[in-house]
Write a protein that binds this ligand. Sequence first.
Ligand code: GUN
Length: 286
Amino acid sequence: MAQLIDGKQLSNQVLQKVASEVEYLKGEYGVVPTLAVVLVGEDPASQVYVRNKVKRAKEAGMGSIEYRLDTETTQGDLNQLVAQLNNDPQVHGILVQLPLPPHLDEDEVIASIDPAKDVDGFHPLNVGALAAGQASLVPCTPQGCMIMLRQVHQDLSGKHAVVVGRSNIVGKPMMALLLQADCTVTMAHSRTRDIESLCRNADIVVAAAGRKELVNADWIKPGATVIDVGINAIEADGKRKLVGDVAFAPVSETAGAISPVPGGVGPMTIACLLLNTTRAARRQLA
Ligand code: GUN
């Protein structure tokens, strides 16, 4: 059976580091690292994510401000709120929860966030810095996946990693981080031919396709490491439950190490968001 990569436990280690950094910034500089989270509309999954982000920020001793705007919010109103947060010295990190309602332009909103406060790492300047291997605010989910991978592999150099899914939020930044760690990286996506054999050649598979239980045991080389980024809600036995992009039970018989859903990447993402917020706060010290 595969080693379980426990995201809950690992995220607690990251959160402890965050909490001690928060104490330091408060004690030494009188600064309370503060995250502003903006949610537009009523998307139920987004509401859960935002609630968790704000709750964890408070637990870590950070400031957090939640803005809930209604579905009909205009681009002008949203841009104005972002501008106000950009100019507020008490706000160190800004997160606009995605997806936005369809009448709003996500690219425009992301580009309007001050790159120094862009704790999601989605601003084109931060995306470019990451691609060029420069220090920047790195997207939270891939950052969490790297911490998980380093639990299993002391040295990632030369490992063949396949990333399944090419989103801006996960797949593309994941590719950049794996490359920075000297992995050989293959990007697979919905148009990739014979994705199974590609994955079967991999030492590491990161599944971020947004398709429930897409990755099965016959896709995985015995002993490989599998990171499951998927969060898919399904009905089973009349109950709602979450499953990943990996068929957990069969794959855990083949893989050497695997992250579960829930309790894997999810808590790591939130911990890395708070880590980014303390980093942003530190860089904004006068
Ligand atoms: N929606 C799903 N994941 C994310 C994320 O990491 N950041 C933001 N802002 N929205 C998301």
